[in-house]
Write a protein that binds this ligand. Structure first.
Ligand code: ZN
Length: 238
């Protein structure tokens, strides 16, 4: 598929009747009027909690584009003890003291159990997503306190909650893989608690999209079909 092959299928919000454009690949849809998120399961709609996050950074008058991320509360437990020390943790993770303590505690304590909040992109990404700051990863290392605002026009999610749970494991493994300790075979247990979609505001800055919460960046082409998505969000955006 080329950049311009995006196909929009209009249908109506099951709650308020507002028209919603969706992409062919979408699995979760959002209504810009009542704010509802819903996932189509067979011929039934399953509601999904959504928070549309207010920017926490100064964004001026720049247009904001809301992109969906899964925000998932988990408890992670590891039965074995491993000798993970601070020096085994890469610098980019040590910057956040709370997180490096969490990580060392998790591996070093017997029957350790830690709560972690994961942020996983629900929007369609390309392999370019890995190249800049990876906001999902950064938000997971240091979770922001999101403040809700009124519903916004938001592009549909291409990953379901089930996908997101798998991506959560992958993200945790990749955090682990950053460490120098030999713990990749650790028996890690995930319990998933509450989850919702967090609509994260982004704005354009040259070739990049910058999140309005903490200022992390992705390349525009880290998103599938950014130009089309932008046109779509502008048309419906307020
Ligand atoms: Zn609605």
């Amino acid at each position: 598929m080329g950049q311009n092959d995006i196909k929009l299928i209009p249908f109506r919000c099951p709650e308020c009747g507002e028209e919603i454009d969706s992409k062919e690949e979408d699995c979760v849809y959002f209504c810009s009027v009542c704010g509802l998120g819903f996932q189509l399961e067979g011929d039934r709609f399953k509601k999904v909690d959504v928070i549309y996050a207010k920017p926490l950074k100064e964004v001026g008058k720049r247009p904001l584009y809301y992109l969906p991320m899964w925000q998932i509360q988990t408890t992670i437990s590891i039965k074995e003890q491993y000798s993970l020390n601070y020096q085994d943790i890469p610098e980019e993770l040590l910057i956040n003291r709370r997180f490096s303590k969490l990580l060392t505690g998790l591996f070093k304590d017997r029957n350790a159990e830690k709560k972690m909040i994961f942020f996983v992109p629900a929007f369609g990404i390309t392999n370019r997503y890995q190249l800049m700051d990876e906001p999902g990863f950064q938000f997971t290392v240091d979770p922001p306190k999101l403040i809700g605002t009124t519903p916004k026009h938001m592009i549909g999610a291409e990953y379901t909650y089930k996908d997101a749970k798998e991506l959560t494991r992958v993200m945790f493994l990749s955090i682990q893989a950053h460490t120098r300790a030999d713990i990749l075979d650790a028996d890690i247990d995930f319990v998933f608690h509450r989850y919702r979609i967090a609509g994260i505001p982004f704005y354009e800055e040259e070739g990049l999209l910058v999140d309005g919460i903490k200022g992390f960046r992705i390349f525009k082409d880290a998103l599938k079909n950014w130009d089309e998505i932008k046109k779509h969000l502008k048309r419906g955006g307020k």
